[in-house]
Design a protein around this ligand. Sequence first.
Ligand SMILES: NS(=O)(=O)N[C@@H](Cc1ccccc1)C(=O)O
Ligand SMILES: [Zn+2]
Length: 309
Amino acid sequence: DINPRAHSYTKYNTWDTIQAWIASISSSNPELISRQVIGNTYEGRPMNVLKIGRKSSSTKPSIFMDCGIHAREWISTAFCQWFVKEALSTYGTDSEMTSLLNQMDVYVLPIFNIDGYDYTHKTNRMWRKTRSAQSGSSCIGADPNRNWNAGWCTTGASPNPCSDTFCGSAPESEIEVKNVADFIRRNKSSIKAYLTIHSYSQLLLFPYSYTFALAEHHNELMAVAKGASNVLRSLYGTEYTSGPGAATIYPAAGGSDDWAYDLGVKYSFTFELRDTGRYGFLLPESQIKPTCEETMLAVKYIASHVQKN
Ligand SMILES: NS(=O)(=O)N[C@@H](Cc1ccccc1)C(=O)O
Ligand SMILES: [Zn+2]
């Protein structure tokens, strides 16, 4: 075993532990889960997409969910691991999950920004960006949530490589972003929803962040976000705010949700998980379980809406 420390769903696992977990869980149930490497990170780590759903010879409609695009948002990466465990362990007993995995596939990228995540464990807990070298600067990395080709670098992003919201030298300059964008483009006819998991602030956002203009499907997206926030609150009373990114958090161009929406993925949402600032990115491990349980309800709510529409 490359890593003596056991994997835990209620701890913030290291990259080595997560890599070992991906290998074992993706071979645990060939009827329900498989894995594909969609490319490597800048520092050469493999980006694994887990495909979860009842095996079918034909292509099923799907949902794409990524976690850990921002390195320091550890609760996000913990949630994708929790989702995978819940999906596999409740298929066959939970009617919603069984129906979802029979009718659709869920593509899960448990850790988008692996280089950055490893760096937060080893060097700087508050790192946010990728770890790529930037020509003409000694500063490292670009913000992977400013690097998508959606109003790229027009607002709420910086052209300065030393900024934490550096938009990159060009759209998809970050290999991690290009790998995911390529995957979604290849599968865009079957991908019906895009969920990207961040922290913190307790928000359920949807397009647009690059403009205050309302999205074509604003009313439906708002209704789905509110319904998801309501069911999330029903478990522990955690309060979420729903709304378009620009007005609900701040204008910011180059985000993955805006890009997916403009590609044609109608149900595109960004989750900002717990908390509202007391611990911020340093959410204690004691809150992993309740956060994941309440977020499961919201994700399943959205998934069932997607299934029906
Ligand atoms: N997770 S966060 O604290 O960094 N907030 C996000 C907010 C956000 C969400 C969706 C599109 C653009 C911006 C960010 O990328 O700034
Ligand atoms: Zn984030």
